[in-house]
Design a protein around this ligand. Structure first.
Ligand SMILES: *Cc1c(COP(=O)(O)O)cnc(C)c1O
Length: 482
């Protein structure tokens, strides 16, 4: 390891916060200046490194990648945390014919067409890949500091349940999770609201996901409250989550290729830009990714940006409820991380663009050097709507006997459309179809297979507090329950 990397520091995209270490930002959310943390430089994997990594098991790979970021956790501790997290027992809830020992098995449909299974964790969605690690990292860091943490988050479905299943029963941690009232599938609701652990608090907000996310941001920006009540976050802006997601890009790459001079394309169903941001960083670290294919649903803010250079987030009224609900997002929080790299890590320039977006509702990089630089980052994009989703689910079922969920279907549709000929296409599976029964029934006229642990989950008693979109009410509720 390079001596300069022995202490990785993290800087804010807004350029006005002191640099911190991995564990210093682990329990926090936004940087004090409102920006997002990124490593001050990306660790590099050389051809020799990649050759050594090719044969590694998932936990070995996770350690190799994460040890470059979590430089202030002793190696033996990090290894123990990673080994405890990435086991076939934790990631063994998916389809019966999957090879759970791989943690993220690659399912090959056709030559050059693969699905990377990321949804075999406890909540059947890819969020478990990072969140289970986060739960163990939090427990480790809190016990070392003899401290407590109250996690405040917003979810459009999968983040919330993944966080709750990662944190339930953990000492010194409470979870306050906001979700849009009535906007999630009955399975998603049951998964979250049926948890009876006393350290888990479900709050259903009368609004959309973006309203819930704004409430979380408002509380996080109240520094006095945040400090007094030891508020932390597990939303996808959390750096440790992004870093954990980098690992499976390496795993998928090695599984789909024979040698490290091959390139691949990843297709990524995107909402908050967390998943594909990890792919971007894996590529910046030296992984031979030829294309990062970003797929949106009807909420196509990100597709618009990558096609036109215009970034124009929509308000709640223009954020549509779709049959891939975990992507019903019109203000992608992690996008700022990519933009920071795109503008050459010029925090002043980034702040300028963000100010423009706040005053004019949009910014446009047309005619700037950034527009010219954009293709060199490997991104292409496309959009998939309800009819496309149904068509893709039917086609996969008919041709390969594989049932995919609605989000994964969006990724596959756009991936097949946008892939460069000759590149193996790795489609990231972000959830299992069991979570979205209604749309599967509409597409195929049959029920998706449901893993045994989830049979009858909707009939369990539920624990949830309904609340208006009122930040003061939220603060009072937290204060009353800690
Ligand atoms: C969270 C989620 C997405 C979107 O991922 P981002 O990291 O927010 O871009 C896509 N599909 C499913 C099933 C998800 O849970």
């Amino acid at each position: 390891m390079n001596v300069n990397e022995s202490r990785m520091k993290y800087i804010s995209t807004r350029g006005n916060s002191p640099a911190k270490t991995f564990t210093e930002i682990l329990l926090g959310g936004l940087a004090p200046d409102g920006g997002l943390y990124l490593p001050e430089s990306y660790p590099q994997f050389s051809a020799t490194d990649l050759a050594a990594m090719r044969a590694m098991s998932y936990p070995e790979l996770a350690f190799t990648v994460l040890s470059r970021f979590a430089t202030d956790i002793p190696a033996s501790d990090l290894r123990a945390i990673v080994n405890k997290t990435y086991t076939a027992a934790v990631y063994g809830n998916g389809r019966g014919d999957s090879d759970f020992s791989q943690i993220t098995p690659l399912r090959t449909l056709d030559s050059g067409l693969h699905i990377l299974e990321l949804s075999n964790g406890p909540t059947l969605a890819f969020k478990d890949m990072a969140m289970q690690l986060l739960g163990n990292l939090f427990e480790y860091a809190l016990s070392k500091a003899n401290a407590e943490l109250n996690i405040l988050g917003a979810t459009s479905g999968d983040t919330g349940s993944a966080a709750e299943y990662a944190m339930r029963g953990k000492r010194g941690i409470r979870v306050f999770m906001l979700s849009p009232n009535g906007k999630m599938s009955s399975f998603q609701r049951a998964q979250m609201y049926s948890l009876q652990d006393p350290n888990i608090f479900n709050i259903a907000i009368d609004g959309m996901f973006d309203d819930a996310q704004d409430m979380v941001k408002a509380v996080s920006n109240d520094h006095a409250f945040k400090e007094k009540y030891r508020i932390g976050t597990v939303n996808s802006i959390n750096w440790a989550r992004v870093s954990a997601q980098i690992v499976y890009y390496f795993k998928g790459y090695f599984a789909a290729t024979q040698s490290n001079d091959e390139q691949v394309a990843f297709s990524v169903p995107s909402g908050n830009f967390g998943n594909i941001c990890a792919g971007h960083i894996a590529r910046m670290m030296g992984l031979p990714i030829g294309q990062l294919i970003l797929a949106t649903n009807e909420n196509d803010v990100l597709d618009e940006f990558f096609r036109t250079g215009v970034y124009r987030p929509r308000d709640t009224q223009h954020t549509y409820e779709t049959s891939s609900p975990s992507m019903d997002i019109s203000k992608a929080s992690n996008f700022e991380r990519f933009m920071f790299d795109l503008v050459g890590r010029d925090a002043k320039k980034l702040c300028e663009l963000w100010r423009k977006m706040e005053t004019d509702g949009a910014f446009d990089i047309k005619g700037t050097p950034y527009r010219e630089a954009l293709p060199s980052f490997g991104f292409v994009s496309g959009k998939s709507v309800h009819a496309d989703r149904l068509k893709t689910i039917r086609a996969l079922w008919k041709e390969y006997g594989v049932m995919v969920d609605t989000h994964t279907a969006d990724g596959i549709k756009v991936g097949l459309e946008q892939r460069r000929p000759g590149l193996p296409l790795i489609c990231l599976e972000t959830a299992l179809p069991a979570k979205f029964e209604e749309t599967i029934r509409e597409a195929l006229g049959c029920e998706p297979e449901r893993p045994a642990a989830f049979v009858g989950i909707e009939k369990l008693p539920q624990r949830v507090q309904v609340m208006a979109t009122d930040v003061e009410k939220l603060k009072a509720y937290i204060a009353a329950n800690v």
